[in-house]
Design a protein around this ligand. Structure first.
Ligand code: PMV
Length: 355
């Protein structure tokens, strides 16, 4: 299956000229979580995420011909050379070199900018790797690969996955599924698949995602370490089965617009992700006291007002508040008055889904 992504460009056929390409890619927030992987970034269960709007990475990739036999890449974040980022990009290049044959023929300069602060605890790997992959397939086309728009996006998703698993879902807008299963047509372990817009009730296309920045700073468990915790985890097999079942359960809910069922399932997924980490060896508790305080306040608000406010969590302390536009006004007053105080420096990011 991977064979289909091997480049049709012949290694001698490059017109070795310099140039540059650009791509912008948003972050995504998983509703059904990917947690656990096999060799070559193959997920142990299917996942689905919303692609966001305001949290994105913009990347310019400059390339110029060179003769040495090594990868040559420099990464600039917000205009500043970041030597510490080079090894991650070199590892990425090593993984994708079978599919992108020109990587050793050019010197690359990556100029990248995130719309969200680096210290916010929002992972930039999904948006960053997706933007980088979108740049590389554009160069492939400039060099004559002739990929159609669909082929280009699918290959970008395939490559992005090899950079950071969840990045493969950031290539498309809307809801994006990743992981092969027998109930979503076209689903694959190798790349993300756009979940059809006409299978999604309008209410879910209006969702806001307000991100409470409870604890700014680096995550305390890297995702590589995190996924590895599922190897030999006593509840791993049951978790993989449940995640796929949860995705299957979500499909009719997405269609019929049942926000309550949606929210309850999504909260269950978030808490399960954290429970898995608490039961790992070594164990991690990624919630902070203010994470728990915000969740309790949210549940109280929901009980008292009946407003459709739900949460999900990443592998970190921040809280993603999910709610439909119809309830946004009241919920945003509640966030400002009651939840903002749990955020470090009172910071939160107002984002929404993008369709
Ligand atoms: O793509 P990674 O390796 O950074 O893993 C992301 C894992 C979660 O964000 C916790 C869940 C997900 O599906 O995005």
């Amino acid at each position: 299956m991977e064979q289909q992504f091997i480049s049709k460009l012949s290694t001698n056929a490059f017109s070795l000229e310099k140039g540059s390409v650009n791509a912008k890619s948003p972050s995504n927030i998983a509703l059904i979580k990917y947690w656990g992987k096999k060799k070559n970034q193959i997920p142990t269960n299917s996942s689905i995420s919303y692609t966001l709007t305001n949290s994105y990475t913009e990347t310019e990739l400059k390339f110029s011909p060179k003769t040495s036999e090594e990868f040559d890449v420099e990464v600039y974040l917000e205009g500043e050379l970041k030597e510490s980022f080079t090894p991650k990009i070199i590892t990425f290049f090593e993984r994708i070199t079978a599919y992108i044959p020109f990587l050793k023929h050019y010197k690359f300069e990556v100029h990248t900018h995130n719309s969200f602060p680096h210290s916010s605890g929002i992972a930039s790997s999904a948006s960053g790797m997706s933007a980088m992959a979108l740049c590389l397939v554009q160069i492939e086309n400039i060099l004559g690969a002739n990929l159609t728009e669909d082929e280009l996006l699918q290959k970008a998703s395939f490559l992005a996955r090899l950079g950071s698993g969840s990045a493969c879902r950031s290539v498309y807008k809307g809801l994006v599924e990743w992981g092969e299963n027998n109930f979503i047509e076209g689903s694959s372990d190798l790349y993300g698949t756009k979940f059809p817009d006409n299978e999604i009730h309008e209410v879910f296309k209006t969702f806001h995602d307000t991100i409470l920045l409870i604890h700014e700073g680096q995550k305390s468990v890297s995702s590589t370490v995190g996924h590895n915790l599922m190897n030999g985890h006593p509840y791993a097999e049951q978790r993989f089965i449940e995640a796929n079942d949860n995705l299957k359960t979500l499909i009719p809910i997405l269609k019929n617009g049942d926000v309550k069922a949606f929210g309850e399932l999504v909260e269950h997924e978030a808490l399960t992700l954290h429970a898995m980490m608490m039961m790992s060896n070594p164990a991690f508790i990624l919630m902070k006291p203010n994470t728990v305080a915000a969740l309790e306040k949210l549940w109280e608000f929901r009980r008292e007002t009946g407003k459709q406010l739900y949460f999900t969590l990443d592998a970190g302390a921040n809280v993603h508040l999910l709610y439909p536009a119809i309830d946004a006004e009241a919920i945003e007053v509640f966030i400002e008055n009651e939840l903002k105080k749990f955020c470090q420096n009172g910071n939160y990011i107002e984002d929404k889904v993008t369709f």
